[in-house]
Design a protein around this ligand. Sequence first.
Ligand code: ADP
Ligand code: MG
Length: 477
Amino acid sequence: MTSPDQELWTRVKERLRAEVGPEVFSSWFARMDLESTEDDTVKHSVPTRFLKSWIQSHYAERLLICWQKEQPAIRRIELTVRSAVLRTLTQKPKAPEPPPPQRGELREARGNGGEQRATVPPVSAAHEALGGSPLDPRLSFETFVVGRSNTLAHAAGKQVAQGRRGEAVMFNPLYIHAGVGLGKTHLLQSIAWAGNAATDRKVLYLTAERFMYGFVAALRTQNALAFKEALRTIDVLVIDDLQFLQGKQTQAEFCHTLNALIDAGRQVVIASDRPPSDLESLDERVRSRLAGGLVVEMGSLGEELRLEILKSRVAAAKLHHAGFDVPYPVLVFIAKTVTHNGRDLEGALNRLLAHSKLTSQPVTLEMAEREVRDLVRPMEPKRIKIEEIQRVVARQYNVSRADLLSSRRTANVVRPRQVAMYLAKTLTLRSLPEIGRRFGGRDHTTVLHAVRKIENLVNNDAALAEEIELLKRQLQE
Ligand code: ADP
Ligand code: MG
């Protein structure tokens, strides 16, 4: 390629930089090379596919216009991805790598460093004395990013956290539900932190499991009464993952606590992976009590929200890892690619951090594309076993697994059996005959019939469709 072309390219770059601003320019165009100019066509290369598609969809026009101002004959821009092979061949040999950091260093990425802990309010003595579940210093309102899917839940949470002792409570209980990794625990712990910072109130954050454990332990040591009394003295009770509350006795106790607190004007906040009406194992009265406050759903994280979360995560990681930086295009790339939930976003960033620490290389798009490809794997639908499907379906419909495998044909067994077969067909790779065998040695035509039947019903029966969605969600977790 001739050097006049390169000079031209330098001028085009200056135009571009002036148009889009230095920040955007260095994010997207810094590593774009000119390969050739032929007649009316300019050929550029960039190092990654993502960069190529991003520039194509966002900047193709501008780039062309900038070229035309220098060279009016230009009509077309072609973008190619530079091959990795060529690049490695032309790369200078690397300096010897520094020794990998100690194991402990990486763990800091999770924010357990003492430094950060000191900047957040300490857990109140009351929380600890009451045996609350541990609070994670990273999960506070400061780090909770608000977007379309969680505005209402966040506002309600804030409101609740600001309440004062003796003041009338507005929403009681505040019930938040959402799928996995969409920020329930983050929001609930934010409420607990904020509430604890206001010293005159006792805020207790408990997972449902912890509640059960506490109650069972109290029963065992004959302290049940003290446990109940203690619970009823708190101002704000925050219960996470209510769907895990099991056992008749604990449920009854939960019900009493709930009623006692609400009737006494104390605030209750609850999170679960489903709305109150779907907590089948709970008593109808508890369900309606739960539904009687404010029920808010948090939807899945939109792309913008994912990007904001990533930004705030990087900022937090930088506090502990001075050299760590993630270029904007990489953040955009992750926000676009890792779509599942907040946990996967966190996982993606941890991978980048680990990689950059272990290799002392800066984070680049190439590296991110590699690392995230890697991360996509565990996000593929989990392998689900037929036994698991049978177990979950049986539990849901209150029949036994043996019933599902039996030859009984009463309606209360037939439908669950069909649902289970349908799920086995749609969630596993097993063949119809194999599924038939696993359901008490049935013929494959029976399985086929069940699958078709449920397929038809799902299309016309919204309640059943939702029930099946929920079952799928439980199985895929
Ligand atoms: P859930 O309890 O609903 O399964 P978590 O609260 O544990 O989800 O969130 C999973 C991860 O995603 C956490 O690391 C959390 O900090 C992050 N996350 C989710 N929503 C948000 C948000 N709105 N702002 C900041 N981080 C979030
Ligand atoms: Mg949670």
